[in-house]
Design a protein around this ligand. Sequence first.
Ligand SMILES: Nc1ncnc2c1ncn2[C@@H]1O[C@H](COP(=O)(O)OP(=O)(O)OP(=O)(O)O)[C@@H](O)[C@H]1O
Length: 268
Amino acid sequence: MRITVENANFHYKKGRKNLPNLYVNPINFSLDTGEVMAILGPNGAGKTTMLKCITGLLNWTEGQTYIDGKPLTKINKRALWKRIGYVPQAHKMVFGFSIIELVVMGRAPYISTLAQPSKVDIEAAYEALTLVGIKHLANKTCNEVSGGELQLALIARTLVSDPEVLILDEPESHLDIQKQVVILQTIKQLAKERGISCIINTHYPNHAFYLADYVLMTAKEKEVVYGQVEAIMTEQRMKQFFDVDVKKVIYEENDSIVQTMIPRALSK
Ligand SMILES: Nc1ncnc2c1ncn2[C@@H]1O[C@H](COP(=O)(O)OP(=O)(O)OP(=O)(O)O)[C@@H](O)[C@H]1O
């Protein structure tokens, strides 16, 4: 499946008044089966808004998202949500669903209105929990698990609809370093082994280096740039977009080239 965004932009409204466009120049990118794109930018740059527009939760005010060449607005919503999985930022939930109930809700596009989830739906939910490594938490309530465990459950909830594209909003935020690794490895595995295309908002340049084939970088009043990771993730661009001096370090580990970025202010 190919997801394409062409000449897109967005502005919020305040009352009847249009606020300025969030992006200085139109957004253009294309992602094929199993490819990963990371979106990076400072707080308030419009990353969450962009994910919502890509999936049709908000409507682009200019341009369009296309799925295999077909405008997203022309695709039946139920059919669309079988193909696209959206994992929002995890906020602690205060209601009492169990984790398995939360994950079964992800089968909604397959369950007809008013029908109960079937055995197949419940089996699919357990399979997804197994995949993200938290099957043992199935009967805990959302209130009883940690932020990281809830984040994994939200990913599982998306996986039960067997999506072709996974859109994740800062999935590794608020997680300890071990849980971050689990999330990143899970996403990479879904992309490379299951051919799921992934779009991920992240605040971590190193995560983009690990996961992404392409990076889209945006910041208020800065040109939106998009391209292959090596071309976009430069010291110069980090200075330009984040106003931070970083050192890009490249080294070899287990026959792979690893790239990382360290803020110079933190090196003694
Ligand atoms: N409903 C809204 N109405 C008006 N402005 C909004 C609305 N939602 C967000 N904004 C503004 O749009 C801009 C982009 O917000 P968005 O949440 O997309 O940024 P972000 O890059 O995801 O930020 P962060 O990294 O902090 O999560 C911000 O200036 C925000 O205040």
